[in-house]
Design a protein around this ligand. Structure first.
Ligand code: FA5
Length: 356
């Protein structure tokens, strides 16, 4: 029957409109059923994309009369706009639901570390703690002293008179306050120890020191020392050497070659420079030992009677020895670090080589 109807009489316009409405119904059902953003994208591709059913059906418009084209075209636009806004509304709904779902299952802990990377103590701190253990074991008390010191404690009571040329041996960083400086050595703690401890005593005082110096591979303006002092009766250079050797061999876990040279410090008499053979190059010479094969590590000596007197101790009864360990250089020797400036460089690649 239909075959006999001429094409012009087939109700094409109605059919296209009907199809549009049908597509709209299907599309709305599909939209309600889209459960997540992926399903929503697939829906958009099916209905509204260039290859979607709405576009496909509109290809039939070309066969319609101008009036029909206009009315069907308008209907098609209305359907497209309705579906587009339904699509956006559903998208918002689904996004919000997904966010709500995540908020339910995820918690945010502001105090949780962002990475599993753990820090560790600075190599200088590690060695300081190691020295403290070692000397505690040898009966030494660990003392702390201030980094900002008086001229009196840093120089005066250590037998440096006001115009003593030895003051120039240590380039001093002065504060704005007269007579107050950044300690140039930990020897200032010797003075404090004599004021607070009753002899006999043995102390170790590690800490930072400051000097107004040009820096190079083995000199920094801020560096670490550890002061040692032992006060008793009838102590001798033999006791000093014994303590130094015991300490150095346990620290380096091997026999180290040492040499003693006479050294001058106003607060010791006699005074010595204890050098160790360079452990970085083993002797032939490198920047750390200034190509000499030896590293000046440990000045030491017997405490000068004037220093004992200034500390309130009777030199007829008490005597003792003192030493000043260059802690930064000790760490360099142990690990073969060729430049002291690495310590304060803040370079993590350097520091990470010394996990605790
Ligand atoms: C002193 O500071 C004396 N107070 C040491 C002392 C103590 C002598 C007790 C006798 C008795 P000296 O200036 O030489 O001495 O420094 C001691 C050590 O500190 C040196 O051997 C060296 O290892 C270290 N040192 C000194 N200056 C610097 C610097 N600018 N950078 C790094 N280390 C340094």
């Amino acid at each position: 029957m239909l075959d006999s109807v001429p094409p012009a009489q087939i109700p094409i316009v109605m059919s296209l409109s009907e199809q549009l409405k049908k597509i709209e119904v299907n599309a709305r059902n599909g939209l309600a059923g889209a459960a997540d953003l992926a399903a929503l994208d697939a829906w958009h591709a099916d209905y509204l994309s260039k290859k979607g059913s709405l576009t496909e059906i509109l290809k039939g418009l070309k066969d319609l009369s101008p009036d029909e084209k206009r009315s069907t075209g308008a209907l098609a636009n209305t359907v497209r706009e309705a579906l587009e806004s339904a699509f956006l509304a559903r998208k918002r709904e689904i996004s919000q639901a997904e966010i709500n779902e995540r908020l339910k299952s995820e918690t945010y802990d502001a105090l949780r570390p962002r990475s599993s990377h753990r820090g560790h103590l600075h190599p200088l701190t590690q060695i300081t703690e190691e020295l403290e253990d070692l000397f505690s074991f040898m009966g030494f008390t660990i003392l702390d002293g201030p980094e900002v010191e008086t001229d009196e404690n840093n120089f005066g009571k250590l037998n440096f008179s006001d115009d003593h040329p030895a003051r120039d041996m240590q380039d001093t960083i002065w504060t704005a306050q007269e007579g107050v400086l950044l300690r140039t050595h930990t020897s200032s703690v010797q003075v404090r120890a004599m004021q607070i401890l009753k002899p006999p005593f043995r102390i170790l005082a590690p800490g930072r020191c400051f000097r107004y110096e040009e820096t190079d591979a083995s000199h920094e303006n801020t560096f670490n020392q550890a002061e040692g002092m032992m006060i008793g009766e009838n102590l001798s250079v033999a006791n000093l050497i014994h303590v130094m050797k015991t300490f150095l061999s346990s620290f380096f876990e091997r026999e180290v070659t040492v040499r003693l040279r006479p050294g001058y410090f106003p607060f010791v008499e006699p005074g010595f420079e204890l050098d160790i053979q360079c452990l970085v190059c083993g002797g032939p010479g490198c920047p750390v030992c200034k190509h000499s094969g030896w590293v000046e590590l440990l000045p030491c000596g017997m405490v000068h009677p004037n220093v004992l007197r200034q500390g309130g101790l009777n030199p007829e009864k008490w005597n003792g020895f003192a030493f000043g360990l260059g802690l930064s250089r000790l760490v360099m020797m142990r690990y073969g670090i060729e430049d002291i400036r690495h310590f304060m460089s803040g370079n993590l690649r350097f520091l990470e080589q010394f996990p605790a």
